[in-house]
Ligand binder design. Sequence first.
Ligand code: AKG
Ligand code: FE2
Length: 509
Amino acid sequence: EMFTALVHMEKSIHAEKRLAKEIRSYVTKERERLNELERIANEYESHAESAMGDMHATLANPVSAFLLVKRFTTDWNDVLNKYMTPNNTNQFIASLPQLTEGFPSPEDLDGAAVALLRLQDTYVLPTDKVAKGEIKGVRYSPKMTAQDCFQLGKVAYSQGDYYHTMLWMKEALTILENETSKTIEKPIILDYLAYSTYMQGNWIHALNLTKEWLNEEPNHVRAQSNHDYYSKLIREAKENGKKDEELDVVNNPRQLDEYRQSEEFAKYEALCRGEETQVYPLAHKLTCQYKRHHPYFILRPLKEEIMYFDPWIAIYHDLMTESEVKRIQEMAGPRLHRSGVFVTEDNKSPTTNYRTSQSAWLSDNDDPLIRAFSGKIHLMSNLTLPTAEHLQVVNYGIGGHYEPHFDFARKREINTFESWRGNRIATVIFYMTDVEAGGVTAFPNLGVKLYPEARSCAVWYNLMKSTEGDYRTRHAGCPVLTGSKWVANKWIHERGQEFTRPCSLKPEE
Ligand SMILES: O=C(O)CCC(=O)C(=O)O
Ligand SMILES: [Fe+2]
């Protein structure tokens, strides 16, 4: 059993094949019908020709006179009923609801487009490269047509994202130039491009693009009125002493909201790209070691890699087996549902991608494997796991991400967790698969990035020993660039850890 980016997308690929088969069988029937019609037309023609040869004889002969009349009555009726009704088409249309069940929806198109635009931003992918199906020098997909670029630009447009609208409409124009059979008309691209250029503040460019549009469609009413409007704006601004450059100023070109313009977000994106955002003075002291602190680990020691000392972050390599990964994926598969947007009280709302990540909850009661898994976490970390805890399995597809957030509840979010459970003292995150590119877990305050490595797991404490939330642990799941990312989270709560991690009265610990 192979798991690709998204379970429902996998279904779409099968659906494409089914659809092709149905269309083909429809075409075969239609072709037979058209062949028959052609034969009938030939017949009418040859009759007419032979009758014209000797019109008098034809009309004088009662049999041929009868046949002539018959051809205009019953025969013609037959032709109409048998070959000129939309029977075939109706049948095909009637079968559509069943055929198209579970097809990706317009929301899926928006989701996929938004994911692609996000990847373009985070990983600084040039538009022309993406259009060629090239990501970071690797060819992943066929080239996009002018029409594909236009559609992507249109999704950006519908979200008021004029920055990406401009990029993709420009790309559509460039590609259109070289297309031998045009996939879209130029004026419609110019329409969107000119308007988004105006909205971005490039008035002079917008006017020039509108002139280009008018060259193509001199009588287009909206093109004319836009032309007049832009001309007037520019004329008036110049009368008020503005220079040309000032009429082509773009502020906040990416149209990012306040949070996405913040330093933290910039650091997050830089970490996602694999950049070093800050020097860690203790980097040379970070170590890897085998740990045999429990008999379970004597023959097969834990492979611990310390990633940060304070706050403590560690990676354990080869902690899961291939078959454990497979079983958990299989168990989660049928339960995966699209993740919603997770909003916390602070206005820097972290989001998981609405359409491109899915999650499922597995309980210790579900399966001995999940129970054994909890046991393993206990042995590894010494932390106590109440049996009621769940394992959250998440599958991020292309563009799937989780913006910077805390795993613990803030003081004012007091009701997030039951009191017998307490706050999330630690996070254990299992990386079940390798991610081809992207999907790093980034800590923007620390400059730490954890690369997902199949069968490894990351562990960190979210709380100080004083039980205060450790704000340095803010972290994020970077967008998946290529491939798919499977993780399983286990959050460990305060209750039960009193002896393994006694609390401290010092606020700084
Ligand atoms: O997927 C990741 O790398 C991080 C996930 C995460 O932070 C979470 O689920 O709380
Ligand atoms: Fe998290």
